[in-house]
Write a protein that binds this ligand. Structure first.
Ligand code: ADP
Ligand code: MG
Length: 234
């Protein structure tokens, strides 16, 4: 079983590495092409500045996001409130959302929701999902976030009224580098998946084309035995 796990890990690392290499090579090839054409034809390079900058930004985004796959320098798991993370995400997203006329609604749980978490990672997780929702919706969309409690778990729903995800794409959205955006990295949701796994949680998606998309996250509550058992053996 040890062997299986190890080769599985190596396979995943191999896929990530080759995906990353491709993603970086494309913009590099483009930039080099611009420079070669300019040089060969004596073009004024200034005409290409915008395009070159865009490609460099893309590589920078990719490497920045890719770093999030690596282990945190110090694993910073503490008991922290999920509610506080949500407020932070709303504050971070507010200006971008209103720029497109989107609204973010949040229905909080009645009780505090303490989780054993890396606060920055959980914030990143929620941010990636809300950002995708805002990017997917036409103007004046609504993102609804809802936090609720069961005896041992916290459930977080993030729902939008955007275009939805075609059913043949649903299973691919968590794959690294899968994107339908011209300027997307396709890393956001694969990072989300990893963060949820690191927190012993689950992530599910439901989507109806034309109606919207709903992400459902669950996390074991800090004091629940399930969490302690799972964490001890992971
Ligand atoms: P990126 O945002 O860079 O494209 P992600 O991993 O964050 O990469 O998302 C992958 C893809 O999943 C997106 O390109 C989009 O096609 C789809 N997606 C994610 N969230 C939504 C959503 N709320 N509504 C519609 N499509 C979505
Ligand atoms: Mg994204």
């Amino acid at each position: 079983e040890e062997h299986m796990l190890r080769s599985d890990k190596l396979r995943v690392i191999g896929e990530l590495a080759s995906g990353m290499a491709h993603e970086i090579r494309n913009p590099l090839t483009t930039v080099k092409g611009f420079l070669q054409i300019s040089k060969a034809n004596g073009y004024n390079i200034e005409n290409w500045y915008g395009l070159i900058m865009d490609e460099i930004d893309r590589m920078s985004d990719l490497t920045g996001e890719f770093l999030q796959f690596s282990k945190p320098h110090s694993i910073d798991f503490r008991i922290y409130s999920l509610h506080e993370c949500i407020l932070k995400v709303i504050a971070l997203m507010e200006s971008e959302a209103t720029r497109f006329g989107h609204q973010i609604h949040y229905k909080e749980a009645l009780d505090p929701v303490p989780l054993w978490m890396d606060q920055d990672k959980i914030t990143q997780l929620l941010l990636n999902i809300v950002k995708n929702a805002c990017e997917a919706m036409e103007e004046n969309g609504i993102v609804r976030m809802e936090l609720s409690l069961a005896p041992k778990t916290a459930t977080m729903i993030i729902q939008d009224n955007g275009p939805g995800i075609p059913s043949d794409q649903l299973e691919k959205i968590f794959h690294p580098f899968f994107t339908t955006k011209s300027n997307g990295t396709g890393l956001g949701l694969s990072i989300c998946y990893k963060i949820v796994q690191d927190h012993q949680g689950t992530i599910e998606v439901e989507s109806e084309p034309g109606k919207g998309t709903r992400f459902i996250l669950t996390f074991p509550l800090a004091e629940s035995e399930t969490y302690i058992e799972k964490a001890a053996f992971s």
